[in-house]
Design a protein around this ligand. Structure first.
Ligand code: NDP
Length: 328
């Protein structure tokens, strides 16, 4: 059998980690032919809980799981790693200022970027899930100057999947009928889920819906605020769906997008669509040969342009704030 791929998961003892690890170990991240070694990173007070999860992973006797190690040190956790899923982050708590949130996360993502830079495998791919994901990814990427910038991505796949599901439900079609959904901008309430370029049975998503009011007043806010809806209904934040989207993101990165479709990924901008270079912003992307390419040449009407600009403006402000704090 082939050499195991090293997968590091941070925040491994958290809710998302608990859902994610079993799917990785079962082969859903990299495929049924690829053995994996899991490297779990946690803060010291959560190491014991992560060790408990490691026992459960052992008890599952996954054919593809070649080992599980638990760490409380970033340098050790990222040694030789091929895929890094950065899930652990400092959540915003009541009354916390944005600067405090960004500083706390700088304290997490700067050393992780440095550890990836010095110790990860040369084919390292990084997905940041922990919020504020785009800016956390920017911090880590900045501190890994020897790693190609495009190996650092942040997750908008859950937003993308939510948008597919909402549109399919509205139109009474299967999820598989919806192609080319795009999430633009920041993984935050300012994101822009775009169905103007989506395709459903030979028409654009917007034409198929034919209801601008629904798009503006129901669809966009529903997708953008779905996380809050889950918290209200479930009594806890989304975890299994976030883990599922993380699996999708990496699986697509490695295996490619289907012909005639694309996905949404937050990655360092090359200036496409007027998004300032270097900002980690979500775009429509295809994947092939193990890398993402931003879909070029889409026409944006005034409505879409304004929505994208607003979300990109928020990312620009986050970048300025972390710069002012000396985090990048
Ligand atoms: P979760 O596992 O529920 O969430 C982890 C992160 O994912 C949060 O930042 C959360 O953001 C984010 N997230 C992104 N998208 C979503 C989504 N759609 N739905 C829900 N969350 C989303 O958090 P837990 O508190 O259960 O676990 C976090 C773990 O991380 C803890 O065990 C903690 O010890 C650990 N940790 C580890 C660190 C490390 O390894 N160095 C550093 C910091 C924490 P949001 O808060 O905005 O929901």
């Amino acid at each position: 059998s082939s050499t195991p791929v090293n997968v590091t998961v941070t925040g491994a003892a958290g809710q998302i980690g608990y859902a994610l690890l079993f799917r990785i170990a079962s082969g859903q991240l990299l495929g049924a032919d690829t053995p994996v070694k899991l490297r779990l990173l946690e803060i010291p007070q959560a190491v014991r809980a992560a060790e408990g999860t490691a026992l459960e992973l052992e008890d599952s006797a996954f054919p593809l799981l070649a080992g599980v190690d638990v760490f409380d040190d970033a340098k050790a956790a990222f040694e030789g790693t091929n895929v890094a899923l950065l899930v652990g982050a400092r959540p915003r708590t009541k009354g916390m200022e944005r600067g405090d949130l960004l500083s706390a996360n700088g304290g997490i993502f700067k050393p992780q970027g440095e550890a990836i830079n010095s110790g990860a495998a040369s084919d390292i791919r990084v997905l940041v899930v922990g919020n504020p994901a785009n800016t956390n990814a920017l911090i880590a990427q900045t501190h890994a100057p020897d790693v190609p910038a495009e190996r650092f991505t942040a997750m908008t796949r859950l937003d993308h999947n939510r948008a597919i599901a909402q549109l399919a439900k509205k139109l009474g079609v299967a999820n598989t009928e919806i192609k080319k959904i795009t999430i633009w901008g920041n993984h935050s309430a300012s994101q822009y889920p775009d169905i103007f370029h989506a395709e459903v049975g030979g028409r654009s998503g917007a034409e198929a819906v034919n209801d601008q009011k629904w798009i503006e007043e129901e669809f966009i806010p529903r997708v953008a605020k779905r996380g809050a809806e889950i918290i209200e209904v479930r009594g806890a934040s989304s975890a299994a769906s976030a883990a599922s989207a993380a699996i999708d993101h990496v699986h697509t990165w490695v295996n490619g997008t289907a012909k005639g479709d694309w996905t949404s990924v937050a990655l360092p901008s090359d200036g496409s669509y007027g998004v300032p270079a270097g900002l980690i912003s979500s775009f429509p992307v295809t994947a092939s040969g193990g890398s993402f390419q931003i879909v070029q040449g889409l026409e944006l009407d005034a409505f879409s342009r304004a929505k994208i600009d607003a979300s990109v403006q928020e990312l620009t402000e986050e970048r300025e704030a972390v710069r002012a704090l000396g985090l990048i």
